[in-house]
Design a protein around this ligand. Structure first.
Ligand code: HEM
Length: 518
């Protein structure tokens, strides 16, 4: 009897706490943005978050159709959290300029990669490396170009074996291989950038981070560490990466004074991180910063390259005009200079159009709300909620683009010809209607480097090879695939390459360009 009484008391106490919790949670003010993706019935409500996992693009399209195209915000619910989606250009302008005390990218970035499990807690929030990287990569773009050119050429030739007949090339794998080499050349230099073990683990580690973050995000907290440590084997790759680059940090620390002008030191990611890191930072934490750079740059750039190659294969009419422009630029500038790249406006337009139609992330400008805020359209965003822009549907909006569903490689080139537009509509210039790199204070700091790297890679491949979709089908690029918010080319239709006629040497070597005819 006593035991029963005790248990009853315990039950009463637990139910009172639950009652208070339920009242507290339901009394918290929720967003007034309407929810999309809920089918009728209680099951429909329960299933809604999983629609985001299965078919995120259809949810965005549904929201755009019902609300976005009328300038209204909507809400999607995912297994981990709700997100408010803004398409209205005035609200996006407000979002772009909100102070970090109201809405910010970095805490959301930490959650997206689950930094506390995959790297160390708050690695993005405490992004001391980003400003230095932004400054160095942009300032030194010209001097980095010869290395980029060299690695693109060597890596592409090593990874493929294309002769005079049409040959199948796995463009996604090849793009990852080429971009990983180029990025590593800039970040860690020779010879590590060519070490296949390092490259494989660096690529694998980034994939594991994406997978583990996706799984961890939907797990209760007490299962997270188990999944992170046992199932995802992240430590194996991390150990190998530390084996290859840990020593580079330590040697540099011993031989060069940190915080000296980079004019007297090697300018690579090792140095940028060392220059910005608080004194005494352990080697593992330094290496993890480098791994975050790799994570941010390799898969984003390689998926963008693969999409561009698919677009070239599906729209072969652009191949010769682009090649003529590239060779003209090289000839007049005497080789691969920043000026030559700037002159390649058609190529820039083609890449921007490819990113418009196939941006790597279907939502960007993801921000976590730090202080509850009511946006100018009246949408209430409570503290803690995530907000974002639906890049993929905005890029296909007929309010913003003429014939948005049609791939028009020279769309932006023509727009730049209009008076006053010469410097607008470039691949690396975000606008409220073009958001592959986000926008505002947290816009991608690697976008200028990425754009030049992509231009060089596409130019090299295009001017040395012809591309077509498998079997020579034109204009039928297979529909993209979506994994979470990532938009990938669909490999069910492959790509074939064959050498361009009359080219014995790469056009990337100055001096050879004049000997080619189309
Ligand atoms: C085509 C390739 C790339 C795409 C599509 C891309 C896309 C993005 C996007 C959408 C964001 C978030 C911006 C926002 O929310 O406003 C971002 C941030 C970032 N990206 Fe990129 N990126 C690319 C290449 C690179 C490269 C090559 C690097 C490094 C060299 C890089 C480093 C970063 C970093 C460090 C951030 C976080 C910025 C911060 O915390 O302030 N990205 N990128």
């Amino acid at each position: 009897m006593e035991l029963l009484k005790e248990n009853l008391k315990l039950l009463q106490a637990v139910s009172s706490i639950l009652f208070v919790l339920i009242i507290y949670c339901s009394s918290k003010k929720k967003s007034n943005a309407p929810l999309v993706g809920v089918e009728p019935g209680i099951l429909g409500y329960l299933k809604a978050p999983y629609r985001w996992k299965q078919d995120p693009m259809s949810l965005l399209k549904e929201g755009a159709e019902k609300y976005g195209k009328y300038g209204k915000a909507f809400r999607i619910t995912t297994p981990s959290r709700d997100m408010i989606v803004f398409s209205n250009q005035e609200v996006l302008e407000e979002l772009k300029t909100l102070p970090a005390s109201v809405a910010t990218f970095r805490p959301a970035g930490d959650t997206m990669i689950r930094s506390e499990y995959n790297f160390h807690e708050g690695i993005i929030q405490d992004a001391y490396h980003v400003d230095l990287m932004r400054k160095n990569m942009t300032e030194k773009l010209s001097s980095l170009l010869p290395d980029v050119v060299g690695e693109v050429t060597d890596a592409f030739e090593e990874l493929t074996d294309v002769k005079n007949e049409w040959t199948n090339v796995n463009v996604l794998d090849t793009s990852v291989g080429v971009i990983a080499r180029v990025t590593s050349r800039i970040f860690v230099g020779l010879p590590t950038c060519r070490n296949q073990e390092y490259l494989n683990h660096m690529i694998q580690f980034s994939l594991n981070v994406m997978k583990s973050a996706t799984v961890i995000d939907v797990l209760p907290w007490f299962l997270r560490w188990i999944v992170a440590s046992f199932f995802l084997k992240k430590k194996d790759s991390q150990d190998i990466i530390v084996k290859h680059v840990g020593g580079l940090f330590e040697t540099r620390q011993k031989t060069e004074m940190p915080h000296t002008s980079s004019a007297t030191t090697t300018s690579d990611a090792i140095q940028w991180i060392l220059d910005a890191a608080p004194p005494g930072t352990p080697t593992l934490k330094l290496v993890q910063r480098l791994m975050v750079f790799n994570f941010a740059s390799v898969h984003t750039s390689s998926i963008t390259l693969a999409h561009a190659l698919y677009d070239l294969a599906a729209n072969p009419e652009f191949q010769d005009p682009l090649c003529i422009e590239i060779e003209e630029g090289l000839r007049t500038e005497g080789g691969w200079t920043k000026q030559a790249l700037t002159k390649m406006k058609k190529l820039d337009s083609f890449l921007r159009e490819s990113s418009r139609m196939n941006g790597v992330n279907i939502v960007t400008v993801v921000r976590k709300v730090i202080t509850s805020h009511t946006f100018i359209d009246g949408t209430y965003a409570p503290k803690g909620v995530w907000v974002c822009a639906p890049a993929a549907t905005l890029h296909l909006s007929s309010e913003l683009y003429e014939n948005p569903e049609i791939f028009d490689g020279f769309r932006f080139y023509r727009m730049r010809q209009l008076e006053g537009n010469a410097h607008n509509y470039q691949m690396a210039s975000p606008s409220l209607g073009y958001l592959p790199f986000g926008i505002g204070k947290f816009a991608c700091p690697g976008r200028f480097f990425a754009t030049n790297e992509l231009k060089i890679a596409v130019a090299y491949i295009l001017c040395n090879y012809r591309l077509r979709l498998n079997g020579g089908v034109c204009g039928k690029k297979p529909p993209n695939l979506f994994s979470g918010i990532v938009c990938m080319p669909n490999p069910t239709v492959g790509i074939e390459l064959k050498k361009r006629e009359g080219r014995e040497k790469s056009v990337l070597f100055p001096g050879h360009v004049t000997s080619y005819s189309l």
